[in-house]
Write a protein that binds this ligand. Structure first.
Ligand SMILES: Cc1cc2nc3c(=O)[nH]c(=O)nc-3n(C[C@H](O)[C@H](O)[C@H](O)COP(=O)(O)O)c2cc1C
Length: 194
């Protein structure tokens, strides 16, 4: 079965060997993917891993969680990613870009002093108290994810995966622990009795 082809949405995949999203930290400091990253994916593709999910790629400079993490926050990233997807497609493998905003776990800098989150709940991992996002801020992040997904397509990826786990921004929106909002972006979890 593991050698059988499978179709996921419009992706015809030649077998079921999948490389789960795993950060590589092979980008330049500004998030531009390097050719080393392409070389790594090429080895996977050459060895018949027919679906590769990339490491998490940040959609805004303020949504980065680690140095040398890859980004997709500007159009100038399309070209280097295109070179990578072309390499992978030579072996008929598919490649999906995972996109993320690190939210409360974002790296702080002079430019990005306080990380953002749906609510002001301290991050247990970093002990950082985030800033609650405004309506306008939420719309900007949605726009950044949309633009990142569009770049992904232009860069030749076969799909895009949203990173909705590990305490990053999207997972914080879906948890009632980290999302205490009462506006339209809040989460209401109903019990069976309700
Ligand atoms: C070094 C390392 C980096 C990872 N990077 C990511 C990542 O960028 N995005 C993600 O969604 N998961 C990431 N993961 C989680 C893996 O994709 C996977 O879900 C996890 O290792 C559990 O899979 P397993 O039970 O097959 O080991 C990472 C895991 C490891 C060990």
């Amino acid at each position: 079965m593991i050698f059988d082809p499978i179709t996921i949405c419009n992706m015809d995949i030649q077998n079921r060997f999948v490389r789960s999203a795993t950060h590589e930290f092979m980008a330049e400091k500004d998030g531009k993917p390097t050719s080393r990253l392409g070389d790594l994916y090429e080895v996977l593709a050459k060895n018949e891993v027919m679906l590769i999910i990339t490491g998490y790629s940040y959609v805004l400079p303020g949504g980065k969680s680690d140095i040398f993490q890859q980004g997709i926050y500007e159009d100038r990233f399309i070209e280097p990613y295109l070179k990578i997807t072309e390499k992978v497609h030579r072996y008929r493998s598919k490649i999906v870009l995972q996109i993320v905003h690190a939210g409360r776990q974002a790296t702080t800098s002079e430019e990005y002093l306080v990380p953002i989150a749906p609510s002001k709940i301290k991050d247990a991992y970093s002990a950082v108290m985030p800033r609650e996002m405004t309506e306008q801020g939420i719309l900007e992040v949605i726009d950044a994810f949309t633009r990142a997904a569009a770049r992904t397509k232009k860069a030749g990826f076969d799909g895009v995966q949203l990173h909705c786990a590990h305490g990053f921004l999207l997972s914080d929106f879906s948890s009632p622990y980290t999302n205490r909002r009462t506006d339209r972006w809040g989460v209401q979890w109903k019990t069976e009795q309700e």
